[in-house]
Design a protein. Structure first.
Length: 118
């Protein structure tokens, strides 16, 4: 399974960004796609996850209402829409995939930088 994240960039506080994660390879072997971020001074944080079979999304409590995960199955793409961005959302955002029997994310994309200016 390969994952390619894109869409990061520089945005002013209060703005929005859409990140994309294109998934390829043996997609039938995975059950969920997760978004995680590496934030300076805070380490790796869970952003949210998307379960492929049911199309349901779950979010970190502190991000509910601002971040939305969705998918376009025809494009094998999972999106992370981020609204009302704040400077503390700055970080490298990764998409990752979890296999059906895995307890952790075992496939990772390369990450995309998101910088929110004040």
């Amino acid at each position: 399974v390969q994952l390619q994240a894109s869409g990061g960039g520089l945005v002013q506080a209060g703005g929005s960004l859409r990140l994309s994660c294109v998934v390829s390879g043996n997609t039938g072997s995975i059950s969920a796609i997760g978004w995680l971020r590496q934030v300076p001074g805070r380490g790796r944080e869970f952003v949210g996850s998307f379960y492929l079979s049911g199309g349901t999304a779950h979010y970190a409590d502190q991000l509910k209402g601002r971040f939305t995960i969705s998918s376009d199955n025809a494009k094998n793409t999972v999106y992370l829409d981020m609204d009302s961005l704040r400077p503390d959302d700055t970080g490298v955002y990764y998409c990752a995939a979890r296999g059906h029997t895995a307890s952790t994310y075992n496939f990772w994309g390369q990450g995309t930088q998101v910088t929110v200016s004040s």
